[in-house]
Design a protein around this ligand. Structure first.
Ligand SMILES: [Zn+2]
Ligand SMILES: [Zn+2]
Length: 390
């Protein structure tokens, strides 16, 4: 058990690819060097390559040597984060303020490793679409590829995605049916009062005080309006108002995020933010304008494909190393858009390590490269094996 020998033998090569990507990180929709490196490699291994979906996305098509069968989509993300790296690694980012702090360099490399191996064996019946997407970090690159006809041009019967998960020990995997990641929405509340001298508050309407009451009341959406057996988060993360210690300003602006798993909870949060912000503001003599922008939907795994992905993980690592009902994360993930259209599953690959995703000292665990690549190869050969899978 553990990574397959052929992929373990590619470990040094994959590590070199990963370090190269890590040294040259690119932000969402600007992954030109990365997507060129991906497309050129896929082409050199004989895959049919399509560039430019969703601006910088790439699809590699590989047909099995054992005849016709279903089509699988395997997805990796390629973008980095707008943050400064503090890892001190030899292969650290050479671009100031841009950093592979979520391990998408590792995801891209693992899927490339699997593509290289499968292109040399083609021991399956059917088609594999290797989907390299741009802009996962908040810019909906998955949706952009879909708007460019991803699933019309490359029809997939099933799709699978994988994310490295430092909180999970190395050599473990987690995949559960139902929600794995939350819906991630943006809220902006503009509160308008009446400006005044700070010493004469009765001459105005203080939007800073109103904002403080709105912030407090919004938390009732989680504590009083969410089913205790469900989960939701409301976080106000930015408070902007005022310019001087002796002036009551006219405006205060609040920005934040709402997270949820269920559609009815998401609807409740959207309606509740509007109701509370406008109602509390009105009660205190101010007005509030609420903008609620729906971001990524929840990432919801389909039962059949999740059962299958769990079996593949167990065949590699042993049943005891696979968590089949992990606690979902309140983070967001734009693979959610693909799972809304095509049945599939999103898995977490345990990588261990001291630092969480998005931490300035995080670095993808290279030891996991052959492990994740083995998962992809095993998944393809098991799902599109000799029998006529249907
Ligand atoms: Zn991330
Ligand atoms: Zn990520």
């Amino acid at each position: 058990m553990g990574p397959r020998t052929e992929l373990q033998e590619m470990a040094a090569e994959m590590t070199a690819w990963r370090h190269d990507l890590h040294q040259h990180p690119e932000l969402g929709y600007a992954e030109t060097r990365t997507s060129r490196a991906v497309a050129d490699r896929l082409e050199s291994w004989g895959l049919e390559v399509h560039r430019g979906l969703g601006k910088t996305g790439v699809v590699g098509v590989l047909r099995g040597a054992l005849g016709d069968g279903p089509a699988l989509g395997l997805r990796a993300d390629m973008d980095a984060l707008p943050m400064e790296e503090e890892s001190g690694a030899d292969h650290r980012s050479t671009t100031p303020g841009v950093f592979h702090g979520c391990g998408h360099d590792g995801h891209t490399t693992m899927l490339l490793g699997a593509a290289k191996h499968l292109a040399s064996t083609r021991h399956f019946a059917g088609t594999v679409h290797f989907i390299f997407q741009p802009a996962e970090e908040g810019l909906a690159g998955a949706r952009a590829m879909m708007e460019d006809g991803l699933f019309e041009r490359f029809p997939c019967d099933e799709v699978y995605g994988m994310h490295n998960w430092p909180q999970l020990g190395f050599g473990q995997m987690a995949v559960g049916s139902g929600p794995m990641m939350a819906a991630s929405d943006l809220i902006k509340i503009e509160i308008e009062g009446v400006g005044a001298h700070a010493a004469m508050p009765h001459r105005g309407v203080d939007p800073v005080y109103v904002a403080s009451q709105v912030i407090s009341s919004l938390q009732s959406l989680v504590s009083r309006s969410t089913n205790p057996a469900d989960a939701a988060v409301v976080s106000i993360t930015k408070v902007e108002a005022g310019s001087a210690s002796n002036v009551i300003p006219r405006l205060a602006t609040l920005t934040g995020t709402c997270r949820s798993f269920r559609p009815e909870t998401r609807d409740m949060l959207e309606a509740g933010v509007e109701r509370i912000a406008t109602g509390v503001a009105a009660a205190l003599g101010a007005t509030a304008k609420v903008t609620y922008s729906r971001g990524y939907p929840p990432t919801v795994n389909h039962p059949t494909q999740t059962q299958f992905a769990g079996e593949v993980a167990a065949s590699l690592f042993g049943e005891e190393a696979v968590d089949r009902s992990p606690e979902p994360s309140m983070g967001g993930e734009d693979f959610a858009f693909m799972l809304e259209e095509v049945p599939g599953s999103y898995v977490w690959l345990g990588t261990g390590g001291e630092f969480d995703l998005h931490h300035p000292r995080y670095d993808f665990n290279d030891e996991a490269l052959p492990v994740g690549a083995s998962f992809w190869v095993e998944l393809v050969e098991a799902r599109l094996g000799n029998q006529s899978a249907g």
